[in-house]
Design a protein around this ligand. Structure first.
Ligand code: ADP
Ligand code: MG
Length: 264
């Protein structure tokens, strides 16, 4: 039926996220390990928010809670005003390690989400579209071992995009890439976000990356993570790393992270 294609919106629209007074802790050798301390954060539909903070402060934990992989010890998380109670294909996570199945082709890896939901037969075209979007159209039949690091990460991104996420959750997705691939993929991420309009939550340890990509940067304290500052980045895209505004913001953020000195 023609109606089916007409009814599907040309662009997915981002979700709103509200993190209200969320605290979280793990048990470590029988002792509670506080990880998040009263974190409150509101993200508007279509925003791109970067989370920065010292290693081990609790950033990935916050993403796990947003993804619904575990419930918070205290507080609540709302996506479009509905409480997060578990994982959902509209909120997908891309991790630093692309974790592709080695025995599946790129196409089959990207198709996993649709297959799991029994939608693959009806919506095969979405897999092709997602691969095109990330520039892997010509590599559909390749196997993971035939891909470079950047291509593998693109495949993981395609696997997420197939679900037409309304909230894309990225946990240091470019962290293991060489610097040239990383720079190229930063630009690609911005273009994807601008085109698909999903809300994006990105954890990165790279201050410059946060400022190049995000509309807002949230800086966390050391564990247990508290929000130390939120910095709006109201610069046009494409941004340039040597833009004086960006350089100034970088200095500001580094100071908030406690690493600002004469060399920065
Ligand atoms: P970040 O992503 O900011 O580096 P994480 O959220 O991964 O930090 O981890 C925060 C803290 O919680 C770290 O001290 C880590 O060792 C600890 N942690 C993470 N996951 C678990 C777990 N499942 N059990 C116990 N401790 C954990
Ligand atoms: Mg982490």
């Amino acid at each position: 039926m023609v109606i089916d294609t007409l009814e599907r919106p040309a662009r997915t629209v981002g979700a709103a996220l509200d993190v209200n007074h969320v605290s979280h802790r793990y048990q470590l050798k029988g002792e509670p390990l506080p990880v998040l301390d009263d974190v409150s954060l509101s993200v508007a539909p279509g925003e791109f928010v970067a989370l920065l903070g010292p290693s081990g402060c609790g950033k990935s934990t916050l993403l796990r809670l947003v993804a619904g992989l575990e419930p918070p010890a205290e507080g609540e998380l709302l996506v479009d005003a509905a409480q997060v109670t578990g994982p959902d294909p509209s909120r997908v996570v891309v991790f630093q390690d692309p974790t592709l199945y080695p025995w599946r082709t790129v196409w089959k890896n990207a198709a996993l989400g649709l297959e799991a939901r029994g939608l693959l037969k009806a919506q095969r075209g979405r897999v092709d579209e997602a691969l095109e979007l990330v520039g892997l159209g010509g590599f559909a039949s390749a196997y993971p071992h035939q891909l470079s690091g950047g291509m593998a990460q693109r495949a993981a991104l395609a696997r997420a995009l197939v679900n037409e996420p309304r909230l894309l959750i990225l946990d240091e997705p470019l962290g293991k890439l060489d610097s040239l691939t990383r720079i190229a993929m930063q630009g690609e991420l911005v273009r994807l976000w601008q085109r698909q309009r999903f809300t994006t939550l990105l954890v990165t340890h790279d201050v410059e990356e946060a400022l190049l990509l995000a509309t807002r940067v949230v800086v966390f304290s050391p564990r247990p993570a508290r929000i130390r500052a939120e910095i709006a980045v109201d610069l046009e895209y494409p941004r340039h790393r040597d833009d004086p505004h960006l350089v100034n913001k970088r200095r500001e953020v580094l100071a908030l992270l406690g690493v600002g000195d004469a060399t920065n």
